[in-house]
Design a protein around this ligand. Structure first.
Ligand SMILES: O=P(O)(O)O[C@H]1O[C@H](CO)[C@@H](O)[C@H]1O
Ligand SMILES: O=c1cc[nH]c(=O)[nH]1
Length: 244
């Protein structure tokens, strides 16, 4: 029995699977879908629940906004005993083919944030586990709506300063969506021998003026978040069956 210093969860309560998300309220929303759900800890931005889906016990933990803090969450979950992590997030779109309300499964993430540079050398890939990515994609397709899989980019910046964020280049290079934590998740999971995947609900266009237009609280986004939560839970059930 060891208490994780930051998440404040005990190794005794660890599960093989964890869903991670930025928003503590989203963690509660996911936990509400579980059987035998209970809250384990709420420490800083990290709120952790446990419960079961189809007999598979999982953890659900919020990781806040940004890679540095999120990496603490990923690291401690893995130290506690989690082997498979799925991020259920929101992201901005680069294409009118995928408007707000679409779902993107991230196969790999461009490391355009600072945290992973402090962990691994340049050129180290931030790549999802293919079994987890495929399970997520199959489960997401069952949910309906627009679902794509492909590259995402993880940034540190949300509201731009005076430096230009190269959205145009990412878009030209076929990146589908921009968010802030998938690269950290994929790198930490690779370093620690865990497997990870990520799905994001698009909440608008990333290369528009976010300060003026960003509204992640529409019904369209709420519906997409509902579908991605169901997709993540479905993916865990699929993966658990593959291993049984
Ligand atoms: O909705 P979440 O999971 O927080 O993900 C996205 O939303 C936040 C920005 O509003 C960032 O954390 C970004 O990655
Ligand atoms: O990081 C994020 C999250 C949602 N939408 C964006 O454009 N960026």
């Amino acid at each position: 029995m060891t208490l994780m210093p930051i998440l404040q969860i005990d190794t005794e309560d660890a599960a093989e699977y964890a869903i991670v998300c930025g928003d503590p309220k989203r963690a509660a929303r996911i936990a509400a879908k579980l059987e035998h759900a209970r809250e384990l800890a709420f420490s800083r931005e990290y709120r952790t629940f446990t419960g079961e889906i189809d007999g598979v016990r999982i953890l659900v933990t919020s990781h806040g906004v940004g890679s540095a803090g999120a990496a603490v969450c990923f690291e401690e979950l893995i130290r506690a005993g989690v082997k498979t992590l799925i991020r259920v997030g929101t992201a901005g779109s680069y294409s009118e083919e995928h408007p707000a309300g679409s779902l993107i499964v991230s196969t790999a993430a461009v490391r355009a944030e600072g945290l992973t540079r402090a962990l691994v050398p340049d050129g180290f890939p931030a790549v999802g586990d293919s079994d987890v990515v495929n399970a997520l994609y199959a489960s997401a397709q069952e949910q309906g709506g627009i679902v794509k899989k492909g590259l995402t980019v993880s940034l540190d910046v949300f509201f731009a300063g005076v430096e230009e964020v190269p959205h145009k280049k990412y878009k030209q290079a076929a990146v589908l969506a921009v968010e802030m934590e998938i690269a950290a998740l994929y790198v930490v999971a690779s370093l620690r021998g865990a497997r990870a995947g990520a799905i994001v609900a698009l909440d608008g266009y990333a290369d528009s003026d976010l300060a003026a237009t960003y509204d992640p609280h529409t019904n369209v986004v709420a519906d997409a978040v509902e579908r991605e939560i169901n997709a993540a839970l479905g993916a865990i059930v699929r993966l658990a069956k593959q291993e049984a």
